[in-house]
Write a protein that binds this ligand. Structure first.
Ligand code: TYM
Length: 334
C-alpha cells in the first residue's frame, strides 16, 4: 500500500468568503502546505448544483482563487485549480454514482437544508453532490481533508464510498479512506445574528458574517451589532451553555487571539460584552483587513489569476489521469 500523505480540499465559488471559511478551512489549508503535498480546488461544478448566473460564476471562480492566494496559499507549493478544468472529476463522479447508495444520500442533512421544503424542485446535481465530493477526493487518492464541521457527514460518506469500491472491485486499500481534519477549537463559526445557525454566504443579512473583503469600519460595525447577552461575561464556560451568541463571540476571540477559551473567559469575567466586542473588533481587523487588501489587489490582475488556475490544472490533470487509468481498469472499462 502507498503510504504517501496527500491533502485535498475544495471551496465553492458562490460569493464572498467569510470568517467561517477562513477559520474552518483556509487557515488550515495554509498551515498544511508547510508539511504535506496539498491540492486545493475551486469547486465550480459543485456551485452549479444551484443556479448561478454565468458572469457571476466566472468572477466568483477568480475571486475564490484570489482569496486562496491572499490568505497565504503558495501556488509553487500547493496545486490550485478549478474543478471543471479537470474532466476526471466528472468521470469518476459517474462511476461513484454507481457505487454510492440512495439510502446513504437520503441521510445527508445538508441536502435537506439546501433543498428546503420542496425537494422535488431541487436539481438532481444537488442530491448527488456528495458523490462528486467523494470523486474530488478519491481522484487524487487524498488521505487528509481539511474542512469545517459542516462537511463531516460528507466526508464520512466519502469513506463509505471508498470502502465499498475497494470491496466491490476486490482491491483492498486501493482508495485510502480519507481522514477529515476539522479544527478542534472552532469547527463551526456561527452567524453573528443567530448563533444557532452557521455563518454562511447564503444568509440574507450581511451583518451575520465577517467577509474577507470587509473594511475595518464594516468589521467594527458588524461586531458592535452582533447579538450577545445583556448580562456580564460569566467566569465559567458552563454558564455559557444556553448563550450561543456570547459563546460564539468568545470562541472567535479565543481562536484569533490564540488563547484557550477557558483563559479568555477568565480574562473577560465580570466585564460587559461591549468590552469583548471592542477587543474582538481590534484583533479581527488586524487579521482580516490585510487579507482583504491583498485580495483586492489580486483581483485587479485577472490574467494572473487565470494563469495560476491553468498551471494548477495541468499539474492536477497529470495525477488525475494516472489514477483514472487504474480506476477504469479496476472497473473493467476498456
Ligand atoms: P463550502 O464552499 O461551503 O465551504 C468551504 C469550507 O469552509 C468551511 N466552512 C465553515 N467552517 C466553519 N464554520 C463555518 N461557518 C463554515 N462555513 C463554511 C466548510 O466546512 C468548508 O471546509 N462541499 C464543500 C466543498 C467541497 C469539498 C470537496 C471539500 C467540494 N469538494 C472535497 C473538501 C473535499 C463545500 O460546500 O464547502
Amino acid at each position: 500500500m502507498n503510504n504517501k500523505k496527500l491533502v485535498f480540499s475544495g471551496v465553492q465559488p458562490t460569493g464572498n468568503l467569510h470568517l467561517g471559511n477562513y477559520l474552518g478551512a483556509l487557515k488550515n489549508f495554509v498551515s498544511l502546505q508547510k508539511e504535506m503535498e496539498c491540492i486545493y480546488c475551486v469547486v465550480d461544478l459543485h456551485a452549479i448544483t444551484v443556479f448561478q448566473k454565468p458572469s457571476e460564476l466566472y468572477n466568483n471562480v477568480l475571486e475564490t482563487t484570489a482569496s486562496f492566494l491572499a490568505t497565504g496559499l503558495n501556488p509553487d507549493k500547493s496545486i490550485i485549480f478549478n474543478q471543471s478544468s479537470v474532466s476526471g472529476h466528472s468521470e469518476l463522479a459517474w462511476i461513484l454514482n454507481c457505487v454510492s447508495r440512495i439510502g446513504w444520500l437520503n441521510r445527508m442533512t445538508q441536502f435537506k437544508d439546501k433543498a428546503g421544503s420542496d425537494k422535488e424542485k431541487a436539481s438532481v446535481g444537488l442530491y448527488i453532490y456528495p458523490n462528486l465530493m467523494a470523486a474530488d477526493i478519491l481522484l487524487y487518492k487524498a488521505t487528509h481533508v481539511p474542512v469545517g464541521a459542516d462537511q463531516k457527514q460528507h466526508l464520512e460518506l466519502s469513506r463509505d464510498i471508498a470502502q465499498k469500491f475497494n470491496n466491490d472491485f476486490d482491491c483492498k486499500n486501493f482508495f485510502p479512506l480519507p481522514e477529515p481534519l476539522i479544527p478542534k477549537n472552532i469547527s463551526r463559526v456561527m452567524s453573528l445574528r443567530d448563533a444557532t445557525k452557521k455563518m454562511s454566504k447564503s444568509e440574507e443579512s450581511d451583518y451575520s458574517r465577517i467577509n474577507l473583503k470587509d473594511s475595518a469600519d464594516e468589521i467594527n460595525r458588524k461586531i458592535r451589532k452582533a447579538k450577545s447577552d445583556s448580562q456580564q461575561i460569566p467566569d465559567n464556560i458552563k454558564l455559557l451553555e444556553n448563550k450561543p451568541e456570547a459563546l460564539n463571540l468568545l470562541n472567535i476571540y479565543s481562536e484569533i487571539s490564540k488563547n484557550k477559551l477557558e483563559a479568555v473567559v477568565l480574562e473577560m469575567a465580570g466585564k460587559e460584552y461591549s468590552f469583548l466586542k471592542t477587543k474582538l473588533a481590534e484583533i479581527l481587523i488586524e487579521e482580516i483587513t490585510p487579507i482583504g487588501k491583498e485580495l483586492q489587489k489580486l483581483l485587479k490582475d485577472k490574467s494572473y489569476l487565470k494563469t495560476i488556475l491553468q498551471k494548477g490544472s495541468e499539474k492536477a490533470s497529470i495525477i488525475a489521469e494516472e489514477n483514472l487509468k487504474n480506476i477504469r481498469d479496476k472497473v473493467g472499462l476498456i
